[in-house]
Design a protein around this ligand. Structure first.
Ligand code: FE
Length: 189
């Protein structure tokens, strides 16, 4: 394995491992539990490796810079873009990067199209919605529907929403190391 790949693997796993000490703002799980649960749901659903890894790392933008400006204490502003930039720099595929970047757009889409979804949002998630641009307009929503990654992005969002359970038994962080290595190897090839 090349040095660049092994240092990317370590960078990602270090950030995630350290996130056990970070609250998932306003929720009952910490950031590591949230990431592992989200990936667990993706894996249990038979999602592709790219989608499983995107689920694992979708909130990494909250974790990479402790000094980044926040949404009134509800997480980092534009965390989806910061996360996407971080993952692109570390050699992840453009599809994976776009899945991560899209998870906030999915929330904006669902709050427009599914009133029941908007009602189910946690207080913290409702609090950040305004920072994220509020519900999509009809025009934005139809553009989003024609995105080739529309379906997997929505799937990721539903797992993200569920990944707040107390004491759910899930695959551990180290179980993702071979998947990350294989993804980066294939993508570098
Ligand atoms: Fe999340």
């Amino acid at each position: 394995m090349s040095d660049a790949i092994s240092s990317s693997v370590e960078a990602v796993l270090d950030v995630l491992a350290a996130s056990e000490g970070s609250d998932y703002i306003g929720e009952e799980v910490n950031q590591l539990e949230h990431a592992l649960q989200c990936a667990h749901f993706a894996r249990s659903a038979g999602a592709s490796r790219e989608l499983v890894l995107a689920a694992l790392m979708h909130d990494i933008g909250h974790l990479i810079d402790p000094g980044a400006p926040s949404m009134d204490g509800l997480g980092v502003i534009e965390h989806e873009r910061l996360g996407a930039d971080f993952l692109r720099r570390h050699g992840f595929s453009e599809t994976l990067v776009r899945l991560v970047e899209g998870h906030v757009q999915a929330k904006r889409y669902l709050t427009l199209t599914k009133p029941a979804y908007a009602k189910r949002l946690s207080d913290a998630s409702r609090g950040t919605l305004e920072w994220q641009g509020g519900p999509m307009s009809e025009v934005e929503a139809s553009a989003f529907e024609s995105d080739p990654l529309f379906k997997p992005i929505l799937a990721l969002r539903t797992w993200d929403e569920r990944a707040k359970e107390r004491e759910l038994e899930v695959w551990g962080l180290e179980s993702y190391r071979p998947l990350i290595e294989a993804h980066l190897r294939d993508h570098a090839a």
